[in-house]
Unconditional design. Structure first.
Length: 208
């Protein structure tokens, strides 16, 4: 899992706070992708706290939105709902970043050559780019993830896995067409749920 430091462009004391938020949200997303739902529910609780004193009151409503989205993740009873809730969490984070004039402390590279990566590692990078694009938000990262998602997936022999591959291909096409935060949140949730379901069906885990 790659780590990119997210920060609101504000006072220095906020940097560690924002780093911690991005780590917690990304760990939550990763746990859901591999079907570790209980761990994801524990991880997302790190986002449900009062805002730091250094954060201006004008951003408190956005923090409340992030906290509400985190609670929705924790309360989701099944695979599809928790995946969808993670997508909504990403847009809640993005709304706060937009309001704060936020961005990345160091920019990602989208030209990384992953042609020799395994199917699972390629999917990991796909999720990472899409997630970064959703949360920052960053159109270049989202487009990089959508391009990776559009690459043909492996063809598994199990009937259930084949059905999930078709669902993944549909969601991948949607990623390439998604432009608004709402469309991207919905598409990300669909891809994330498909990843979790496929790992469950095939017994494949996503290793960093």
């Amino acid at each position: 899992m790659f780590w990119l430091t997210i920060t609101a462009l504000a006072a220095e004391p906020l940097l560690d706070h924002m780093d911690g938020h991005f780590a917690a949200a990304t760990d939550t997303m990763s746990d859901v992708s591999t079907g570790e739902f209980e761990r994801a529910r524990m991880e997302v609780s790190r986002l449900d706290h009062e805002p730091p004193d250094a954060l201006g009151e004008e951003l408190h409503a956005y923090v409340a939105g992030v906290r509400s989205a985190a609670r929705a993740v924790a309360a989701s009873p099944n695979m599809q709902e928790i995946a969808d809730a993670v997508g909504q969490l990403g847009t809640a984070c993005a709304a706060c970043h937009k309001a704060a004039g936020g961005g990345a402390r160091r920019a990602p590279r989208f030209d990384r050559d992953i042609s020799e990566y395994s199917e699972q590692r390629r999917h990991m990078w796909t999720l990472n780019w899409l997630w970064y694009g959703l949360v920052v938000p960053d159109d270049g990262a989202w487009e990089a993830g959508a391009n990776l998602a559009a690459l043909p997936p492996a063809r598994y022999r199990r009937a259930g896995a084949q059905r999930l591959v078709r669902a993944y291909e549909t969601a991948a096409r949607d990623a390439g067409e998604a432009k608004t935060d709402a469309e991207r949140a919905s598409t990300f949730g669909a891809i994330l749920a498909t990843c979790a379901a496929c790992h469950e069906a095939t017994g494949v885990s996503l290793s960093p």
